[in-house]
Design a protein around this ligand. Sequence first.
Ligand code: NAP
Length: 284
Amino acid sequence: MITVFGATGTTGAPLVEALLARGARVRAVTSDPAKIAPLEARGCEAVIARFDAPETLARACEGAERIYLVTPAHQDMRRWKADTIAAAQAAGVRHVVLATGLGASPKARLTFGRWHSETQECLRQSGLEWTFIQPTYFMQNLLWQAGAIARDGVYHDDLGGPVAWIDARDIAEVAAEALTGPGHAGKAYGLTGPEALGGAEIAEILSDVTGRPVRCVPLAAQDAKAAMMANGMAEEVAAAMVELASIAPKGYLAGIETTVSDVLGRPARRFRDFVAEHRDAFVG
Ligand SMILES: NC(=O)c1ccc[n+]([C@@H]2O[C@H](COP(=O)([O-])OP(=O)(O)OC[C@H]3O[C@@H](n4cnc5c(N)ncnc54)[C@H](OP(=O)(O)O)[C@@H]3O)[C@@H](O)[C@H]2O)c1
């Protein structure tokens, strides 16, 4: 049995699909009772557990040999993951595939890098087998502004530099391989897409694919932070997000990793193909 936390989320939902396609027995975890029936309809077991109610985590881990552990970007995510690792340990789970982020290191200067590193160390110390999934920016983040792109023909660039965006489905497929294939314990998988793109190139791709002009308009850090907080994000997390974006102009988010093709034996998905597949969202 493989337990997938965050099973309805950006990486968890395609991971459930990928695991079922591989014939694995899957237990999907959600905090929302309304999502149980749709998850069961996909062919997996579904349970309710909440990271902020640690006593609910044991049931999610019970009888599982492996787990995928992801939480939303949240100010409490280190505690949430530590509690889940403790529950996994108590339940006799063998291997945890942990979603963190590119650049997670004890020496990281960025908040997210340090937060993710702390969780990686917690898992290492647990004695459980581990695999770290360390992605860069998700292409799916572009969908957050699909409405504005469709309505105003504007792509708001809060990065200001080239970024090697990755499709979350590639993250999910690497995680599925780590959860079902041999030889992935003790590996840290830095994951990027196949190319680094700046704001002007993204606007050009959006224009080409939608057949409508899309302009790139830079978004200042304080405006990006205010927009995230207006969407309900805690100030501490929004600050960490803009801090991460601030290294893009220096080229630090542009490095290309070959992990997707190394692990899956096929190239990582391209940005243009992602936009084409989601064209309807960008046209409105
Ligand atoms: N976005 C990026 O570009 C990016 C880049 C690098 C790293 N990351 C990292 O990736 C992680 C986010 O991954 P993701 O996008 O796959 O996650 P996500 O979609 O943000 O969240 C996963 C799921 O967590 C569940 N959830 C929310 N609150 C919960 C709670 N209290 N208890 C239990 N479950 C809860 C939600 O599902 P239910 O409603 O079904 O409970 C949600 O669908 C973060 O750690 C972030 O730092 C993100």
